[in-house]
Ligand binder design. Structure first.
Ligand code: BGC
Length: 445
């Protein structure tokens, strides 16, 4: 299939209105004046055949009603005190029962079908499957099997996340990922998931963004287990590597054709000033530890590269070492930098595996930035493909407005809004731009 950019010069007879439009509004509508006729100019960027268009969620952020290390932390007196001191309402920072996707997943899948997506990524929750050590909840496995079957019946390519940052309470009490026994515990859990559910799964994500768990859990104390201990961070890192490598092998024994990998939060890291050797060096070091090291450790054991792109980091030589221009920011204050996804994809192509953008999205409560956000990022994804990068799919984060971890319920990442009282799902206006892209397999700008 050709990826050439096609110029679509559609001539519309708009003579009556011609005089009424000023130059600015013409540009906005992609119109140019040619004599007395207005010509519509668009570029169409075609994506490869069989490109995966999807959405992502994680179990803890949408299922509701889960008891695990996160839910316990959210309810802890220290967390509540911390939030109250900041003038926040702690209940807005607790997952509780919402969005109740454990029971309402069919409504979610309906929305994903309406959006024209052909793939879907969601997760299973360890704390539901093994709430107590060695106690396996078979009803939960049956439930997930039904859910996966339902997704397959709708024709979705299914990506299943086995671990997305949350642990059963007993694992956390036993030292979490800093404890090497967790590798074996995870292995038993993941093996059960693969064995029991694998028949409905096209891609397994064994671990979501290990570096975020290591950094926020063991260095900055932002996420459970809220530690600041580089030694524990080092141990957790190694244990996550081991866990992935171990399950990778067994997954292929159960399903020789299985596609198994992880997702990494890969940032576009660059020196703020390319003439400053210290900043160049720091940017290289950050890139190595944040983006590269985990992939390097598992590179023989991955069938694809999963990438989550949200951040651009301009590195300066002085603390806090990051100074972005922030010309455009989202509701959480993160810089919007679409070009970065191009550089990240170019770098990841070095691993020589099919690449999937497993997450990319924006918190945008007003819903007035999302459609441009998606289009601008996809423009650079397309550019990467045109330049030979093996990108096979794009999953928008997120299908639903969901629980944004330590930031609670306020950030609105979803293509679909969820009514906080009734749980009713409603497709947002901005999602229609994504729908058009998914259905046509092309980007028009
Ligand atoms: C995580 C998601 C999270 C999203 C937005 C990703 O790093 O995998 O769980 O909601 O970022 O912060």
């Amino acid at each position: 299939m050709s990826l050439e950019n096609i110029d679509l010069n559609k001539t519309i007879d708009l003579r009556d209105n011609a005089q009424k439009r000023d130059k600015k509004s013409l540009k906005k509508e992609n119109l140019i004046e040619t004599g007395t006729v207005l010509t519509e100019t668009h570029k169409i960027y075609k994506f490869p055949d069989n490109f995966l268009w999807g959405t992502s969620t994680s179990a803890y952020q949408v299922e509701g009603g889960i008891k695990n290390d996160w839910s316990e932390w959210e309810k802890s007196p220290t967390r509540k005190e911390f939030l109250e001191k900041k003038g926040e309402d702690p209940s807005e920072f607790q997952t509780g029962k919402f969005c109740d996707s454990y029971n309402r997943y069919e409504e979610d899948f309906d929305a994903a079908v309406d959006l024209g997506t052909n793939s879907i990524r969601f997760g299973v929750e360890w704390a539901r499957i093994e709430p107590k050590k060695d106690t396996w909840n078979i009803e939960v496995i049956k439930h997930y099997r039904e859910m996966l079957k339902n997704a397959k019946e709708r024709g979705f390519v299914v990506v299943l996340t086995i671990w997305h940052w949350t642990n059963p309470v007993w694992i956390a009490k036993d030292g979490g990922w800093a404890n090497s026994k967790t590798v074996d515990y995870y292995f038993r859990y993941a093996e059960l998931v693969v064995k029991e559910l694998g028949v409905y799964v096209d891609y397994f994500v064994t671990i979501n963004e290990p570096m975020v768990h290591v950094a926020n859990g063991y260095l900055s104390a932002k996420f459970p287990p809220n530690r600041r201990n580089p030694y524990l961070a080092f141990k957790a890192f190694n244990n996550l590597v081991k866990a992935h490598n171990k399950i990778y092998k067994i997954a292929h024994e159960y399903f020789p054709g299985a596609k198994v990998g992880i997702t990494g939060l890969v940032n576009y890291i660059q020196p703020a000033h390319s003439w400053n050797p210290i900043e160049v060096l720091f940017a290289k070091i950050f890139h190595y530890f944040w983006n590269h090291l985990f992939f390097k450790k598992i590179k023989k054991n991955m069938d694809y590269v999963g990438v989550d792109y949200y951040f651009h980091d301009k590195i300066v030589w002085y603390p806090p070492f990051r100074k972005n221009d922030n010309l455009k920011i989202n509701d959480m204050g993160w810089e919007i930098y679409p070009e970065g996804i191009y550089h990240v994809l170019k770098y990841l192509n070095k691993f020589g595996k099919p690449i999937f953008v497993m997450e990319n999205g924006i918190p945008d409560a007003q819903d007035d930035k999302r459609s441009d956000f998606i289009k601008n990022h996809l423009f650079y994804v397309h550019k990467a493909i045109k330049d030979g990068v093996n990108v096979n799919g794009y999953f928008y984060w997120s299908l639903l407005d969901n629980f944004e971890w330590a930031a609670g319920w306020a950030p609105k990442f979803g293509l679909v809004a969820v009514d906080r009282k009734t749980g009713e799902r409603k497709i947002k206006r901005s999602a229609l731009a994504y729908k058009e892209i998914c259905e046509s397999n092309e980007l028009k700008i």
